[in-house]
Design a protein around this ligand. Structure first.
Ligand code: CAA
Length: 240
């Protein structure tokens, strides 16, 4: 029987590449999305991957959604907390709403995604947790006080979960993508984007599949001793 993987924000951008890569590796994938019905329907049609709609910022909705996935597909053995948003603004212009929305999705959303699957992983003595953080959680970023705070917080979640889950056969790791060719990065004004690319020694944006392949490795049996790690995938833009 194939393993079940849950990918939040799994129908677009990096998440879509993760979903399809895991499917190609033999996983049965459940991809969640928050609002874009059209993109989700197209994604299911093209890939055969089931999509589920809930807001990761809502604990009750996440829990109910995860129960539905497990009832339909089986116990979730790999969870990829990928859903994330930006509300960029220089700090002096950042509103409390911009702060709160990003915290709710990118930080609380990670708690809401992992917490409901964690007891089952502990009982079954196996689990794989991957959180998609960001280069900007490692280095900070102009106009991203909110986003950088959540992505740095995600690393704290993973490092703590790794210590709690290790004895129960659960690993928790983070990937920090650099600037990847997705809608999120394309939303950055072109001039700013060009100046960012100029700072990437690789001389290009990353491809979503380059993140997805790292996820596929981390959820595999081969990665059982890799726990609490942060993998940077940024074309050498920021070397830690
Ligand atoms: N470093 C230093 N100064 C910067 C800067 C930077 N990175 N970016 C912009 N500035 C400066 C501008 O030069 C400008 O200065 P002047 O006023 O002296 O000309 C000023 O900041 C811009 O101020 P504005 O009041 O005009 O800014 P704004 O309210 O219009 O906001 C912005 C513009 C939101 C900052 C826009 O430039 C932007 O989106 N920047 C990109 C931020 C970014 O990199 N986000 C990452 C998105 S991708 C992602 O998040 C995925 C991931 O994980 C990597």
């Amino acid at each position: 029987m194939s393993r079940i993987a849950l990918v939040t924000g799994g129908s677009r951008g990096i998440g879509a590449a993760i979903s399809t890569t895991l499917k190609d590796k033999g996983y049965t994938v459940a991809a969640t999305y928050a609002g874009n019905d059209e993109a989700a329907a197209k994604f299911t049609e093209e890939t055969g991957i089931k999509t589920y709609k809930w807001n990761v910022a809502d604990y009750d909705a996440s829990k109910a959604g995860i129960e539905q996935v497990e009832a339909e597909l089986g116990p979730i053995e790999a969870v990829v907390a990928n859903a994330g948003i930006t509300r960029d603004a220089p700090f002096h212009k950042m509103t409390p709403d911009q702060w709160n929305e990003v915290i709710a999705t990118n930080l609380t959303g990670v708690f809401n995604t992992i917490h409901p699957v964690w007891p089952g992983m502990r009982e079954r003595k196996f689990g794989r947790v991957v959180v998609i953080s960001s280069i900007n959680g490692q280095k900070g970023q102009f106009a991203q006080v909110n986003y950088a705070a959540t992505k740095a917080g995600d690393l704290g979640i993973v490092k703590s979960l790794a210590q709690e889950g290790a004895r129960a056969g659960i690993t928790a790791n983070a990937i920090c993508p650099g600037y990847i060719a997705t809608d999120m990065v394309m939303a950055v004004p072109e001039k700013v984007r060009e100046s960012i690319i100029a700072q990437i020694p690789a001389g290009r944006l990353g491809e979503p599949e380059e993140i997805a392949r790292a996820v596929a490795f981390l959820v595999s049996d081969d990665a059982g001793f890799i726990n609490g790690s942060t993998i940077s995938a940024n074309g050498a833009q920021f070397v830690v």
